[in-house]
Design a protein around this ligand. Structure first.
Ligand SMILES: Nc1nc2c(ncn2[C@@H]2O[C@H](COP(=O)(O)OP(=O)(O)OP(=O)(O)O)[C@@H](O)[C@H]2O)c(=O)[nH]1
Ligand SMILES: [Mg+2]
Length: 426
């Protein structure tokens, strides 16, 4: 048995498509106008609450999730297509942590929570944007920005208003089964309940969510029994129903053991309001134990119940309803962290790289150069002129010369080649 409440994922939003360089070819206007369209936006990755979901099970099989890249711009001022966001549906109470920064990027704790976890890249601008009175044939466009990438830990913290807390077998599941429509497993051996169960409890005209949690034992805060995994779920509860089995030998010590575990767990669980429920009041020694308990804790309000036959529970539920009204949601994490801004970093790609293939053959590679190349019609002298001007602006000649390229060497860009003419020599 494993309660799926933690999943690691690699997320990558789509890159923005590149803007392109293109020129309109008009009959009486050899230069035409710049007409390279903008790239489309890449898809973002969004997490959204879906109340039909109660586990992160579906996510366990998808190690990595990607949104599509935006399409590059097209000629004729046509935009590249933007891509749809990928929406990942998660249960209420899901938290998304960036593993690399430790930052909590989303706390999806309301029914309509929706957060962009990875922002899609923006499309680049096509060359028509750069037309000006001085330059009516701009030969540059901008690249799309990359989509955000994150390694995340997705965690589900059970979201309930009221949590049932107590040693194993004290009757927590029985309690939930009589006050709600939930049908948890009930048995007379410890740790019957292995994963949290939720039930909707109706009280008068309002209702709240009650969570049946696995039994806690001494040392749980150090991981004993079902330990930490479940103390963590209590963090999400605003109110604790502390259930005692009054038929046990020493309910006072039971009560103290549990409170000690709540204190030790680093989530200020001891600050949650508690309702003490003295269960199994039908047992032989129950009256005697209750008396001792009240002597030890004279100021504590104790509700006597027999959950087995649904006796004494109405007052407990009304009390719970009243306390919930006065109790705020507890912040789950340090608010200072929530203010931390996400920093997007983007480094401009190298303009080009030069490879020496030997025998006077050189190859040049680079996004910008490749794009320029692909957008050049080599049958059109003007286009070729623009292309070579662009290359010289990128200082390709100089770079080639510095790498050792000599007059007459052959330089390839994709499958186009030209002879290197070193004007410096002239
Ligand atoms: N006599 C008596 N027995 C009860 C009462 N409430 C529950 N029980 C019994 O106590 C046993 C344990 O009940 P559960 O509801 O499974 O206890 P639990 O606290 O959920 O236990 P874990 O899930 O193991 O932590 C069962 O055999 C129940 O029938 C009660 O009021 N009186
Ligand atoms: Mg149980």
């Amino acid at each position: 048995m494993q309660f799926i409440d933690k999943v690691k994922l690699k997320l990558k939003a789509g890159n923005g498509g590149n803007g392109i360089v293109a020129f309109k070819r008009e009959k009486y206007n050899p230069l035409g106008g710049p007409s390279g369209g903008d790239g489309g936006n890449g898809g973002s990755i969004i997490f959204k609450v879906d109340t039909n979901k109660s586990t992160l099970l579906d996510l366990r099989f998808s190690k990595s999730i990607r949104a599509e890249d935006g399409e590059n711009g097209k000629g004729n001022n046509m935009f590249g297509a933007s891509r749809d966001d990928v929406v990942i549906k998660v249960p209420l109470g899901t938290i998304v942590k960036d593993i690399d920064t430790g930052e909590i990027v989303a706390d999806l704790n309301t029914l309509d929570s929706e957060e962009v976890i990875c922002q899609g890249g923006k499309g680049g601008k096509g060359n028509y944007h750069f037309k000006s009175s001085r330059n009516n044939a701009p030969d540059h466009a901008t690249l799309g920005t990359p989509g955000q990438e994150r390694n995340v830990l997705v965690e589900l913290k059970l979201l309930a208003d009221v949590g049932l807390v107590g040693l194993p077998s004290v009757g927590k599941s029985t309690l939930l089964s009589v006050v709600s429509n939930a049908r948890p497993e009930i048995a007379d051996y410890p740790f019957t309940t292995l994963k949290p169960q939720l039930g909707m409890v109706k009280v008068g005209d309002s209702s709240f969510v009650m969570a049946d949690l696995p039994g806690l034992i001494g040392g749980a805060s150090e991981g004993k029994g079902l330990g930490h995994e479940f103390l963590k779920h209590i963090e999400r509860c605003r109110l604790i129903l502390h259930v005692l089995d009054m038929g046990r030998e020493d309910p006072i010590s039971d009560y103290e053991v549990i409170n000690e575990e709540l204190r030790r767990y680093p989530g200020n669980l001891e600050e949650r309001p508690q309702i003490v429920v003295a269960n199994k009041m039908d047992m032989d020694n129950a009256e005697e134990n209750l008396k001792r308990f009240k002597e030890k804790y004279p100021d504590l309000e104790v509700f006597e119940v027999i959950t087995l036959i649904n006796e004494g529970l109405d007052p407990v539920l009304y009390r719970a309803k009243d306390l919930l009204k006065q109790t705020p949601q507890f912040p789950l994490y340090n608010p200072e962290m929530a203010d931390k801004k996400v920093v997007y970093t983007y480094t401009e790609p190298e303009e080009f790289e030069i490879f020496n293939e030997g025998n006077g053959i050189w190859r040049v590679e680079g996004d910008k150069i490749t794009r320029l190349f692909r957008n050049t019609d080599f049958k059109d002298d003007d286009a070729v002129l623009r292309f070579s001007r662009a290359l010289s602006r990128m200082k390709l000649d100089e770079a080639l010369r510095n790498k050792g390229c000599r007059n007459g060497d052959q330089v390839f860009i994709e499958d186009y080649s030209f002879d290197f003419v070193d004007d410096e020599d002239e």
